[in-house]
Design a protein around this ligand. Structure first.
Ligand SMILES: Cc1cn([C@H]2C[C@H](O)[C@@H](COP(=O)(O)OP(=O)(O)OP(=O)(O)O)O2)c(=O)[nH]c1=O
Length: 196
């Protein structure tokens, strides 16, 4: 039975497709509200699990479902998708000229229950940004549907001076860790030659 990706994110679809994993898409409408004082890694795992569970609960028996959630963290603040251009400007000003963290939670569910959740952290360094650069970038609209108000795979790649950790994690799904999770639970066959 084909894996179900509980996500409307075109990036997650692209990453799984590139990895050669067969899947079908059933986006979830799970609530992404942050709880007061909730640590970032707990938050992304809770939301990823809510997305996977919502879809798994409506699936036929035995279907594997993958959910994910990505957040940007700077100064202890969790930056999700900006609600306005003003919010996007504020986020980009916070990220300019320094390092921040991008954390993605990934959850695997089956038969209405969570099987495992993981969280992967990547560090990203931005070059300094002038007011004009922020203004022009926000006007492109690229960051509107993205955590932290930027897309490291797009125009904002020109802001990224360094990345420590998984690159794919920044754009929505940590490739190696997701493959390991799927292999571990027998959702996909191990890559030929993988030592076990
Ligand atoms: C930081 C960053 C985030 N993103 C994206 C990845 C995620 O799609 C999005 C964060 O929002 P999410 O709520 O994690 O995901 P989503 O709403 O896009 O999709 P769904 O809930 O249906 O799975 O930000 C990039 O594409 N590039 C980046 O550089």
């Amino acid at each position: 039975m084909t894996l179900v990706l509980a996500s409307a994110s075109p990036r997650r679809r692209e990453i799984l497709t590139t990895l050669g994993v067969a899947f079908e898409v059933r986006p979830s409408n799970a609530d992404e509200t942050q709880h007061e004082g909730e640590p970032a890694r707990a938050y992304v795992q809770r939301v990823a699990a809510a997305k996977a569970l919502e879809i798994a609960s409506a699936c036929e028996a035995g279907r594997w479902v993958l959910g994910a959630d990505t957040i940007v963290v700077v100064d202890g603040e969790l930056l999700g998708k900006p609600e306005s251009d003003a919010a996007a400007r504020g986020m980009l000003r916070m990220l300019a000229g320094r390092w921040h963290e991008v954390i993605t939670g990934v959850a695997l569910a089956r038969d209405g229950a969570i099987v495992e959740t993981i969280a992967v952290t990547t560090r990203v360094a931005f070059r300094p940004l002038t007011v004009d650069m922020v203004e022009r970038y926000v006007a492109t609209g690229e960051g509107r549907d993205k955590a932290g108000a930027y897309g490291a795979q797009g125009i904002a790649s020109g802001f990224v001076r360094g990345i420590e950790g998984s690159h794919s994690n920044v754009i929505g799904l940590p490739a190696a860790e997701t493959i390991e999770l799927l292999e571990k639970h027998g959702v996909i066959a191990p890559w030929p030659g993988t030592a076990r």
